[in-house]
Design a protein around this ligand. Structure first.
Ligand SMILES: CC(C)(COP(=O)(O)OP(=O)(O)OC[C@H]1O[C@@H](n2cnc3c(N)ncnc32)[C@H](O)[C@@H]1OP(=O)(O)O)[C@@H](O)C(=O)NCCC(=O)NCCS
Length: 332
């Protein structure tokens, strides 16, 4: 499983190491730069709002560097660098990074993404063509290592994926199991809680069909819930059926509000939490609610951002279980 983190100054050595691999120097027609040179390059560009740098990581290693630029443009932004460490090549890291770039740029309002690669870089050309880019222009290019070559300018229109909220049923079994296997490996207390399949009484994960029964009880009687308030769990899926997160809607307000949500760790930071909440608010409106309360921990900055982006106003805050919580209300 791969995830993305923004590159910080302490991580520049990863870039230096990946970029010093001979195969990458050859593929990029670049030249060797030492760690201190890379530090200078990143220091000089630290405040450049036109670019963002990311690392593609596994749980305990860094596999690739991704740089996007043109972020001050209005229509088209660019993958200005994508380079995978040798030992992670041809394992889907490149494809993952390109898809991340699509979603990141789409969430920032860009309509098109571009990339340039050289005529002799088959791995890159294949990756981009497979990811939906088309060759828009071929132009002469003098590379950093002095090679004169053809540069392929490739473009792709960014289309919105269609996401929806669905109540879990038998058809989601494979997608649920895949998602939970991946998620449980990286996070202990998965939110929203109703997603969890671990049974304290039997000490194991229950089967999907048993878990579906739990969801049904939560939805209809709420008898297993500490609030006693019936609560519906929705998967946030795209049109291929992949599950990107989930949200619970309490049928009545509770001490901890109406809604609890979570996006899978490997799709965070792309604006999906805001989208999922927006869809859930539509469901709440249809249920006849006139406002919803959401009660995140005060420290949960990303959740608070999604709430504010959906019109949430801070009503009060309280201290409980050694943590500050904040109550936000969203009028519907
Ligand atoms: C190009 C690069 C980013 C691809 O990353 P990757 O993680 O190895 O690629 P993926 O595993 O995601 O593969 C996706 C597709 O790319 C293509 N691809 C990847 N490696 C390839 C290779 N060695 N030869 C031909 N095609 C290749 C394939 O079409 C592949 O799909 P498939 O596995 O279904 O056949 C990587 O090889 C790299 O870092 N190269 C050096 C730096 C570079 O050239 N960057 C591009 C600058 S524009």
């Amino acid at each position: 499983m791969y995830y993305v983190k923004p590159l910080i100054a302490d991580d520049v050595h990863y870039v230096a190491s990946i970029m010093s691999e001979t195969s990458n120097i050859a593929a990029l027609h670049s030249t060797y730069h030492s760690l201190s040179e890379w530090k200078c390059i990143f220091d000089e560009n630290a405040c450049d709002e036109d670019e963002e740098n990311f690392l593609i990581c596994t749980d305990n290693d860094v596999c690739a560097w991704l740089k996007l630029n043109g972020l001050l443009n209005t229509d088209t932004a660019w993958i200005s660098m994508l380079v995978v460490a040798d030992k992670y090549k041809h394992q889907g890291v490149g494809k993952f990074a390109v898809e991340y770039a699509f979603e990141y740029l789409h969430s920032k309002g860009f309509n098109q993404i571009g990339v340039q690669t050289t005529e002799d870089n088959n791995a890159a050309k294949n990756l981009y063509i497979k990811s939906g880019f088309s060759i828009a222009e071929i132009k002469k290019f003098k590379a950093e290592d002095g090679t004169n070559t053809d540069s392929y300018v490739m473009l792709k229109i960014l289309e919105s994926k269609k996401y929806s909220l669905v109540i879990p049923d038998e058809t989601h079994e494979e997608a649920y199991i895949q998602m939970m296997d991946k998620w449980e490996a990286v996070e202990k207390s998965i939110q929203p809680e109703l997603l969890r399949r671990y049974s304290k009484s039997s000490g194991v994960n229950v089967s999907y069909s048993k878990w579906l029964q739990w969801c049904k009880d939560d939805r209809t009687t709420g008898s297993m819930l500490s609030t006693g308030v019936p609560c519906t769990l929705y998967f946030f899926v795209d049109d291929t059926g992949e599950i990107f997160g989930a949200i619970e809607i309490n049928q009545k307000n509770t001490h901890r509000g109406h809604l609890h949500a979570g996006i899978v760790p490997w799709h965070r930071g792309k604006g999906l939490g805001t989208k999922m909440l927006e869809s859930a608010l539509g469901i709440c409106r249809n249920m006849g609610m006139t406002s919803v309360d959401i009660v995140p921990y005060k420290s949960n900055k990303s959740a608070i951002k999604t709430i504010r982006k959906n019109g949430g106003t801070l009503m009060d805050e309280f201290f409980e279980d050694e943590k500050w919580s904040q109550r936000y209300t969203i009028p519907l």
